[in-house]
Design a protein around this ligand. Structure first.
Ligand SMILES: NC(=O)c1ccc[n+]([C@@H]2O[C@H](COP(=O)([O-])OP(=O)(O)OC[C@H]3O[C@@H](n4cnc5c(N)ncnc54)[C@H](OP(=O)(O)O)[C@@H]3O)[C@@H](O)[C@H]2O)c1
Length: 249
C-alpha cells in the first residue's frame, strides 16, 4: 500500500514534534504547516526529507492559506489522505476581563481554523481518509475563567460531530482527541508547583493520533477519544468510598 499523505497543521506547536516523529517513523508522508517561518525552518532541518516530510509556511485559518496547503500536499506528494489539525490557542481570564476580541481570537484559533482547513482538504480526500482534531475535557466541563477557550473548543466538538456524520457517507473518518494538559518543558517552567500526574506526555497523544490515522480505527466515525492520563475533576464531595466499603487498600 502507498504510504498515506497527511497535512499536519499547527506543526509549529508544542505537541506536533511527537506526532511528526511517530507518523514519520511509520512511513507516512507529511506536509507540516505553520505561520512561524523560523520554527518551520527548524522542523525542516530536523525532519525534512524531500518527498517524505516537507514544510509549508501558510495560515490555514485563512481559506486561501488552507487551500494552498491542500494543493501543495497534492502537488508535492501526488495525493492526500488526511488532516491532523493541531492548530489551537489558549486563553485564561475572568469574564469581565475578556473582551469580544479575545473571544473572536479563540474562535478563530480553535474552531474556524478547523473549518477552513477541512473545507480545503475535503475535495482531495477519498474513502478511508482521516481527519483528526484536538479538544479538551473543559469543552464539556468548563472550569472558571476559561469561558472563551472552553466555548471555542465546545464549538469545535459539536462541529466535528456534525461533519463526521456528513463525511462518513464518503467513508471518511473524522475523530477528536480529547486531551488534558500536555507535559511539556514550558509548562514545567510556567507551573513548577503543579501535579504533573494529571498531564499527558506528547508521546502518549501522538500514539493516539497514530491509532486514529491507522486502519485500527476503521470503526471510528465521530468518536471523541479521551487521552486524559490520570486527570480527574476534583470536588469537595470527592475522596473515594468511606472506610470499610471497598476500594483500594
Ligand atoms: N498542549 C496542551 O496542553 C493541550 C491541551 C488540550 C488541547 N490541546 C490542543 O491540542 C492542539 C495542539 O496543542 P499544542 O500545545 O501543540 O498547541 P500550541 O503549542 O499552542 O500550538 C498551536 C499551533 O496552532 C497554530 N495557530 C494558533 N492560532 C492559529 C491561527 N489563528 N491560524 C493558524 N495557526 C494558528 C500555531 O501556529 P503559529 O506558530 O503560527 O502561531 C501553532 O502551530 C491544539 O488544538 C490545542 O488546543 C492542547
Amino acid at each position: 500500500m502507498t504510504a498515506p499523505v497527511l497535512v499536519v497543521t499547527g506543526a509549529t506547536g508544542r505537541l506536533a514534534e511527537a506526532v511528526v516523529e511517530l507518523l514519520g517513523a511509520r512511513g507516512d508522508r507529511l506536509l507540516l504547516t505553520g505561520r512561524d517561518k523560523d520554527r518551520l525552518a527548524a522542523l525542516e532541518r530536523r525532519y525534512g526529507v524531500a518527498g517524505r516530510v516537507e514544510t509549508l509556511a501558510t495560515d490555514v485559518s485563512d481559506p486561501e492559506g488552507a487551500r494552498l496547503a491542500a494543493e501543495e500536499a497534492v502537488g508535492r506528494f501526488g495525493r492526500l489522505d488526511g488532516l491532523v489539525h493541531m492548530v489551537g490557542g489558549f486563553l485564561a481570564g475572568p469574564l469581565f476581563l475578556t473582551d469580544t476580541g479575545a473571544y473572536e481570537r479563540m474562535l478563530r484559533d480553535n474552531f474556524l481554523s478547523a473549518v477552513t482547513a477541512t473545507q480545503a482538504v475535503l475535495p482531495h480526500l477519498a474513502e478511508g481518509a482521516r481527519l483528526v482534531y484536538f479538544s479538551t475535557p473543559l469543552a464539556d466541563e468548563p472550569l472558571p475563567a476559561l469561558s472563551a477557550y472552553a466555548a471555542a473548543k465546545a464549538a469545535l466538538a459539536a462541529w466535528v460531530r456534525s461533519v463526521a456524520h456528513e463525511v462518513k457517507r464518503s467513508g471518511i473518518h473524522a475523530n477528536t482527541v480529547v486531551m488534558t494538559m500536555a507535559d511539556t518543558p514550558d509548562k514545567r517552567r510556567e507551573r513548577p508547583g503543579m501535579n504533573f500526574d494529571h498531564t499527558v506526555t506528547p508521546d502518549l497523544v501522538a500514539r493516539v493520533v497514530a491509532f486514529l490515522t491507522s486502519e485500527a480505527a476503521d470503526g471510528l466515525y465521530g468518536s471523541r477519544v479521551p487521552v486524559l492520563g490520570r486527570f480527574e475533576f476534583t470536588s469537595e464531595l470527592g475522596g473515594g468510598p468511606p472506610p470499610g466499603v471497598g476500594g483500594p487498600r
